[in-house]
Design a protein around this ligand. Structure first.
Ligand code: DQA
Length: 142
């Protein structure tokens, strides 16, 4: 199984950025742990701060991957274009968030991705990504 983890804006600063909300670990370090943990999965990881690039990466992933684990970060709450890109492709997308967006500001309760996502994993810290990979492994024959 080939899965793409796609992170949106400011998630390149994980480990440095608001550690009380997002933890102390960089995503590169966490990604190495995931690759070790899921040696049977072909995992790729990409990140961009730019909305249009995120749309390009979602579109392109449909050719090369069985699914996307998407943390669109702030664009989750604002981007009709990213929601449309998720709707346009026929591979499943699992939406993840590190923090529990529903326990935070009202504007973080809205997601343009959730209505089209295969599922949503929110609020488990970096473990949200681990759980998302497991969801693909457990439901791959659906
Ligand atoms: C986030 C939650 C978003 O509201 C926020 O803008 C982020 C990170 C999360 O993973 O908890 O940048 O997507």
């Amino acid at each position: 199984m080939k899965l793409l983890i796609l992170n949106g804006p400011n998630l390149n600063l994980l480990g440095i950025r608001e550690p009380e909300k997002y933890g102390n670990k960089s995503f590169d370090d966490y990604f190495s742990e995931l690759q070790f943990q899921f040696r049977n999965v072909e995992l790729s990881f990409d990140q961009t701060n730019i909305e249009g690039e995120l749309i390009d990466k979602i579109q392109n992933a449909r050719k090369d991957f069985d699914g996307i684990i998407l943390n669109a970060a702030a664009y989750t709450h604002t981007s009709v274009g990213i929601g449309d890109a998720v709707a346009a492709i026929d591979i499943p997308v699992v939406e993840v968030h590190i923090s529990n967006t529903f326990s935070r500001e009202e504007f973080r309760h809205k997601s343009y991705i959730s209505p089209i996502a295969k599922g949503i994993i929110v609020g488990f810290g970096l473990q949200s990504y681990d759980l998302a990979i497991q969801s693909f492994l457990n439901t791959k024959d659906d």
